[in-house]
Design a binder for this molecule. Structure first.
Ligand code: SDX
Length: 447
């Protein structure tokens, strides 16, 4: 095993605080099919959300439900994140995202998501120390990075390196091993991300420093060189910390559902997280933040006609989409986008970057808020719409934008994986289907 400092993490129970809804006086839904009536229990969550429990539907009726894209299907009960898409509400363990963005650090929020409560001063210090002391990578990783093409996108590099991490550490099973695994992931992911970036620009890897905090260390590893130490601007580090907080969890989105499904086979924690990174890479999901900037730059190059671009995005036969707009759950303004829009202006005024892309983004938003196509479909800016403008102003290279999303989402993925593995309802995920292919037929040998 790779020799690493021991954990000073205080004795913290890993058991997430899963508050199961009271199941005493259950409400019921009734399904009538071909004169047969089926009574289906209805559960109510702590925020009044209702779900029909169809756990015995196939056994009792032979029926299954169909819901492509799981638009109406709940996969689990969870106590981690609450989203109300109609009201634009996002809370981690009951705390409003606006409060956490204003008052907390990313490591505090990571602890909250993982263990259910905000950390005490002692817990945070211990966690911070553990993360700092586990940020190094085994030197063999440099050979792994060297095997990738120089122009490799950093997301598959990141996911591959996370998968490779599981070859250095056995599957964490005991409480202590899981805590070690959590610390290793949170500590080493920024190092992996920075190393993959350095490899892509032909520069040597820069090792983490123990005297810097989480985001300062990442910026150091990204932008220092052997010839010159990068001077970390505390404002930049704080904005990066805010971005990580805003991305830290978002209930059962595509990549989190992927992490849960892979983890449900009892696959290695690191392999489950690597699968989440691959899912996040898609342009309809986390990959949208890179596409937003490319879209804004395309509009800027074309003379900046936001209105023309929007007309294309509305056409059925045109594959153009207004990236960073729309959301499966938010049918109102994504609260994260609201916070990021405000941060954009602060960062640009501080960093002195060009506000042309921000101006185009705000013009696009302004037009959509009065355009029936977007209003009728309740399409608003999502978390990806303004984040890229900030990453660009901070000097983060565009291909690294989705890696930044993954860095933020990591504690959420781990917390959801833990909750799934600790749930009294834990079982391997295995959806059903309705077969629509060929009926039984025989092989007919040519005569
Ligand atoms: C993230 O789930 C999460 O929580 C994700 C996330 C997280 O924190 O984990 O919030 C992060 O992934 C944010 C989303 C980032 N993706 C994008 O910005 C890509 C652009 N947006 C879309 O592709 C779309 O809005 C989705 C993928 C986000 C949501 O897709 P849905 O829920 O399946 O909605 P849909 O594709 O069925 O769209 C409904 C209608 C369609 O028109 P009609 O068929 O009714 O005529 O709205 C249209 C769509 O064509 N539409 C858009 C649009 N998004 C939806 N039209 C133009 N531009 C868009 N961006």
């Amino acid at each position: 095993m790779f020799p690493e400092p021991s954990l000073s993490l205080l004795e913290t129970t890993i058991e997430p605080h899963l508050k199961m809804p009271t199941m005493t006086d259950l409400d019921h839904a009734e399904l009538t099919y071909r004169d047969q009536k089926y009574s289906l229990p209805v559960i109510e969550g702590s925020e009044g959300e209702l779900g029909i429990d169809i756990g015995n539907l196939r056994r009792d009726s032979g029926l299954i439900t169909m819901d492509p894209g799981f638009v109406n299907t709940g996969s689990c009960k969870s106590a981690i994140t609450f989203v109300n898409g109609e009201k634009g509400i996002l809370r981690y363990r009951g705390y409003a995202i606006e409060d956490l963005a204003q008052h907390s650090s990313f490591l505090e929020v990571a602890w909250l998501l993982l263990f259910g409560e905000l950390p005490s001063t002692g817990e945070l210090e211990a966690f911070d120390q553990d993360v700092t002391l586990h940020s190094m990578l085994h030197e063999d990783f440099q050979r792994l990075f060297g095997a990738f093409p120089k122009d490799a996108h950093p997301m598959p590099t990141l996911a591959s390196a996370l998968g490779a991490l599981s070859t250095f550490y056995d599957e964490p099973n005991t409480d202590l091993e899981i805590r070690q695994g959590i610390v290793r992931l949170i500590a080493k992911m920024p190092t992996i991300a920075a190393c993959s970036y350095k490899h892509s620009i032909g520069q040597p890897a820069i090792y983490p420093r123990n005297d810097l905090d989480y985001t300062q260390n990442f910026l150091h590893m990204m932008f220092s060189t052997p010839c010159e130490e990068y001077e970390v601007d505390p404002v930049v580090a704080r904005v990066l910390d805010l971005l990580l907080i805003l991305h830290a969890d978002h209930e059962q989105n595509c990549s989190t559902s992927t992490v849960r499904l892979v983890g449900s086979s009892q696959a290695h924690l690191f392999a489950s997280i690597a699968s989440g990174v691959f899912a996040l890479w898609g342009p309809l999901h986390g990959g949208a933040n890179q596409k937003v900037i490319e879209m804004l730059e395309e509009i800027a190059r074309g003379g900046g006609s936001a209105r023309e671009f929007l007309e294309r995005a509305k056409k059925k036969d045109d594959t153009t989409r207004l990236m960073g707009f729309g959301h499966r759950v938010y049918k109102s303004y994504d609260p994260r986008a609201k916070i990021l829009k405000g941060a954009c202006q602060d960062v640009l005024s501080r960093m002195g970057g060009s506000s042309q892309l921000l101006d185009i983004a705000m013009e696009l938003e302004e037009i959509t808020l009065e355009d029936d196509y977007f209003i009728s479909r309740r399409l608003y800016p999502n978390v990806d719409f303004y984040s890229g403008v900030i990453y660009k102003a901070l000097g983060i290279p565009t291909p690294m934008f989705t890696v930044m999303f993954a860095l933020g989402r990591l504690p959420g993925w781990i917390a959801q994986w833990l909750e799934m593995r600790n749930s009294p309802e834990f079982r391997i995920g295995r959806p059903r289907q309705v077969y629509v292919g060929e009926p039984l037929r025989q092989i007919e040998k040519p005569v």
